[in-house]
Design a protein around this ligand. Structure first.
Ligand SMILES: Nc1ncnc2c1ncn2[C@@H]1O[C@H](COP(=O)(O)OP(=O)(O)OP(=O)(O)O)[C@@H](O)[C@H]1O
Length: 230
């Protein structure tokens, strides 16, 4: 059996005349941390969205080999893809996705409640993740009452609480200073690859990429270079 948790072949995606993805083949191992770099507009976010089933490709395939066996992400219905995203994948973005009106613990617990978990269990798990990410004592703060780095760690907790096999992060440190960025990467790596899960991160930051086990560089919708960490 293949040891690749995500495997894509021949991915293409166009927006009008723009070929955001112009033929991408990529295989990601379970437990790997993969950075995707490249100039603005090179197709990084589109690749992340297609791999994670947020967006369907025009051509090509994405296979996810989860605990329940292989799933062809690109052939699922919208509803099935939404379910896969909720249950198997976690998402950490530069901003957004956290609900400002809710507290830290409510934001994290909500992700688990959306998969059907009862509130008490969801809050217990959420508290555990917040504590493991250094946020004990801040559970009842609303998102606006947290620093940027703290809010990003809430987002990481939210991405992990469902036991996601793969965490997709898009510029997770984009709005942070370099010290906070390094702390957020510690949290992100420790809670994913540190526990045998897989991390795929889009970044402009070479220091973030240097912390990952492999870096891809994209240009014009294609992977032009792959670098494996020493
Ligand atoms: N929904 C959309 N509608 C139209 N064009 C889009 C859409 N999404 C992406 N594009 C275009 O596809 C190309 C790739 O975009 P993408 O967001 O994947 O690039 P990126 O490498 O992530 O860029 P950045 O680093 O600026 O976030 C760009 O030319 C972009 O303008």
């Amino acid at each position: 059996m293949s040891s690749f948790i995500i495997e894509s072949t021949g991915l293409q995606k166009s927006f009008g005349p723009t070929h955001a993805l112009a033929g991408v083949d990529l295989a990601v191992r379970a437990g790997e941390s993969l950075a995707i770099m490249g100039a603005s507009g090179s197709g990084k976010t589109t690749l992340l969205h297609v791999l994670s089933g947020v967006v369907a490709p025009d051509a090509g395939s994405v296979v996810f080999r989860g605990p329940g066996g292989p799933v062809s992400v690109s052939e699922l219905s919208d509803r099935e893809r939404a379910r896969l995203r909720r249950e198997a994948f976690g998402f950490v973005f530069q901003q957004g996705l956290l609900i400002p009106e809710l507290t830290a613990i409510e934001n994290v617990a909500l992700a688990l409640m959306l998969t059907g978990a009862p509130r008490a269990l969801a809050e217990e798990r959420a508290a555990g993740w917040l504590a493991s990410l250094g946020l004990a004592g801040l559970e009842s703060r609303r998102i606006g009452q947290l620093s940027g780095g703290q809010a990003q760690r809430v987002a990481i907790a939210r991405a992990q609480v469902t036991g996601a096999a793969v965490v997709f992060a898009d510029e997770p440190t984009g709005a942070l200073d370099s010290h906070t960025s390094s702390e957020v990467m510690d949290a992100l790596l420790g809670s994913t690859v540190g526990q045998g899960r897989t991390l795929i991160v889009v970044t402009h930051d070479a220091e973030v990429a240097a912390r990952c086990s492999r870096t891809l560089r994209m240009r014009d919708g294609r992977i032009i270079e792959t670098q494996v960490a020493a």
